[in-house]
Every structure is written in C-alpha cells, then in structure tokens.
Write a protein that binds this ligand. Structure first.
Ligand code: IPE
Ligand code: IPE
Ligand code: MG
Ligand code: MG
Ligand code: MG
Length: 309
C-alpha cells in the first residue's frame, strides 16, 4: 500500500556545494528533499522478500541528483500547480531511472563498480538479485502511478502510455541495446542513441508535468523540445565526466568509455563541450519561448550542468 503524502518541510541549511554538480538553490533543495522522503514511503512493503526491498532501497535512496523528478515537478508548476501534486509521478520516474542504472551497471552491460558513491547493486547483492531489483523498481514505478488517486483515471492512463513509450524499444531500452554495439557508427547515429537511451526519459519527465496538469498541444510540444535538448546535452556532459580527472567526484567509475565510441571520442573534448553548449542554448530558447522564462526550470540547467555552463 502506498502511504499518504506528508507536508513538505523547508530546508534551512541553504545552498549545498558540490565539485561537479552545482549548488542547489532552495527551490531545488526543497523538491529533492520531498522526493527523497516520498521515495522511501513508496517502496513496497517487504512482504516475504525483505532482501528485495532492501536492495531496492539501497539503489533508490542512494544520493542521486533527482534531475528527472525535478523536471516533472517544475514542469507541473510551470503549468499552474503550486503544490506537489506531481510528486508520486516524479518518484515513479526516479524508480524507472534507478532501474535503468542498476541494469546498466551489470557485468553483462557496463560492468561498473560504483554507483551513486556506493558499490554497484550487483557488487553488493550479486547479479541475480541486482537483475531482479531492476525489474522490481520498474514494476513499482507503474504500481505507484496506478495507485495515484489524486489523478484521474485518464491522466494515469496517459502517464502509463507516455512512460512505457519512453522506456520501450523506441526509447531507453532500445537505446541501451544499440549502445552495446561495438562496430563504428556515425556521429549522427551516436546522437540518435543518446536521444533514445537518455533523452527519451528526460522528455517524458518534462511531459509528465504537462500531462498531470492536463496540458496538450503547442505548450506541451515546446516542453518536449526543451527536454530533448537537455537530455542530449546531459549525455554529452556524462561522457565528458567519464574522464579520469573527475575520479572520486561523480560517485561512479570513470574511464569506463575509453574503448567506447562516444561524441567525446569523435568530436574531442572541446568539440563535445561546444556541442553541449549549443544544445543548452537551444534548450534555453525553447524555455524563453514559453513567455515566462521560468526561473525554476532554468535553475535545473545550472544545477545539472554546473561544470559546463
Ligand atoms: C546517469 O544519470 C545516467 C545517464 C543517463 C547519463 P544521472 O547522472 O542523472 O544519475 P543520478 O540519478 O544522479 O545518479
Ligand atoms: C546510460 O549511459 C544511460 C542509461 C540509460 C542508464 P551511461 O552508461 O553512460 O551512464 P553511466 O555513466 O553509467 O551513469
Ligand atoms: Mg551504459
Ligand atoms: Mg554506464
Ligand atoms: Mg556514462
């Protein structure tokens, strides 16, 4: 059973600094705090498998940046919500994202050691449990949306469609599959893969805020375009952060991509930085075209791309 939403507590500790990821202005801090708290409540009861709940909590409650929930909540706020109506939807998206990270780290995928500053799930619990943890997180995400009675049935169905499209063959899963290919591909193909494996969930995160707010048409389209630029820029930033220079500062392994084709290997670090800037510029233009600019959504750019803005 999913427990009720508690009141959001204001964080009085002020801005937090991080070497790689930016300071967190108070609007971001408040939402991150609310998301972290709610994620814990939205984990399934342990039932007969406390080991599974424990492994889910280990990855989900580890310190992620919570960029996708921020996009969902700030997007719903952009469309008129002042409260955290989109909180459970945002948490569901964070579960999907965490599921993708647990799977991405498996020895048969990227074979990563570290995630969110902790040993990767399979190193802590074993590959068998990690695989089940990933599927369980994905499953719980959809359960959370199905159970969100603050939303109408139509809205919940719309969100399910949005998210299963973003995660499916023409989204994250398809992108991850194409990413495994070892033969050389064009830069355009690498961009397309980044669009699928990473940007698709960014787009769905921003769009989810519009769905919760019942917004369609042109305003929703602008948000899609904004988040697509952000998502593609984010994978470029992530590839730049794979450099050994950032070892110990990203909470995950570095130099994982040395034998891999990324836009950093083909464009060079300066070229990749330039392309990242271009995507962020276009993202800002899309945001400006909404008329209001939106300081909250702009602050995600400073927070998520601190090294590159
Ligand atoms: C990492 O995402 C995976 C990519 C899509 C590049 P984040 O950098 O958002 O990971 P967390 O959530 O902060 O751990
Ligand atoms: C993975 O990209 C994107 C996902 C969908 C998980 P990466 O493999 O580069 O992400 P990190 O660097 O391991 O976080
Ligand atoms: Mg990967
Ligand atoms: Mg990886
Ligand atoms: Mg990476």
């Amino acid at each position: 059973m999913i427990k009720g939403v508690r009141k959001l507590k204001r964080n009085m500790s002020g801005e937090r600094q991080d070497l790689v990821f930016g300071s967190r202005p108070s609007a971001i801090d408040e939402v991150v705090e609310a998301v972290n708290k709610r994620l814990e409540e939205l984990l399934p009861e342990s039932g007969s498998t406390p080991q599974l709940r424990n492994a889910m909590a280990y990855s989900l409650l580890a310190p992620g940046k919570r960029l996708r929930p921020l996009l969902t909540i700030f997007s719903s706020m952009h469309f008129g919500f002042r409260d955290l109506t989109a909180l459970d939807v945002a948490c569901a998206i964070e579960m999907i994202h965490t599921a993708s990270l647990v799977m991405d780290d498996l020895p048969s995928m990227d074979n990563a050691m570290l995630r969110r500053g902790r040993p990767a799930s399979h190193r802590k619990f074993g590959q068998d449990v990690a695989l089940l943890t990933s599927v369980a997180l994905l499953n719980q995400a959809y359960a959370v949306i199905a159970a969100d009675h603050r939303l109408s049935t139509d809205t919940r169905t719309g969100l399910m469609q949005l998210l299963t499209d973003a995660v499916g063959a023409d989204g994250l899963i398809g992108g991850q599959l194409l990413d495994l290919k070892s033969e050389p591909v064009s830069d355009m193909e690498v961009s397309r893969i980044n669009g699928l494996k990473t940007a698709a969930l960014f787009v769905a995160s921003a769009e989810a805020g519009a769905v919760v707010a019942g917004v369609s048409g042109e305003p929703r389209q602008i948000f899609r375009k904004f988040a697509l630029e952000l998502g593609v820029a984010f994978q470029l930033a992530d590839d730049l952060l794979d450099d050994a220079e950032y070892a110990g500062h990203t909470g995950k392994d570095t130099s994982k991509d040395v034998d891999k084709q990324t836009l950093v290997t083909s464009l060079g670090r300066d070229g990749a930085r330039k392309q990242l800037q271009n995507h962020l510029d276009v993202a800002r233009k899309h945001l400006a075209s909404t008329g209001s600019g939106d300081a909250r959504l702009s602050s995600i750019l400073e927070y998520g791309f601190a090294r590159f803005t």
